[in-house]
Design a protein around this ligand. Structure first.
Ligand code: FES
Length: 105
């Protein structure tokens, strides 16, 4: 695991939406679900689509824009076909209005 790295201001992450960031050469997606800020890999595990162009659903899932696979944002769990592999989630810390992310291996 790497250390936490500052990636965004907390107010740059809109509630119920997703934005993208690049961290150590890895594309990540940042989400806000109410008071929670969460991070996952940005690339869908099914194909070469960015989840940053996807749709955050009210149940806390992200829908891939290419084939509509859905992942649970908090756990990364693949929720439906055509997905067969879970998404990697990353640790997030919010302090002083800044969002820091610690990449998983
Ligand atoms: Fe995401 Fe196919 S690329 S569901």
């Amino acid at each position: 695991m790497t250390d936490y790295v500052d990636v965004a201001a907390a107010n740059e992450v809109p509630n119920g939406d997703v934005i993208g960031r690049s961290l150590n050469g890895r594309e990540i997606a940042l989400y806000r679900l109410g008071d929670e800020v969460l991070a996952t890999d940005a690339t869908c595990t099914h194909g070469n689509a960015s989840l940053c162009g996807g749709f955050v659903e009210p149940d806390g899932s992200i829908e891939c824009p290419l084939h509509q696979g859905r992942f649970d944002i908090r756990s990364g769990r693949a929720l439906c076909a055509p997905l067969t592999r879970d998404l990697t989630v990353h640790l997030v810390r919010v302090e002083g209005g800044r969002v820091s992310v610690r990449l998983s291996d």
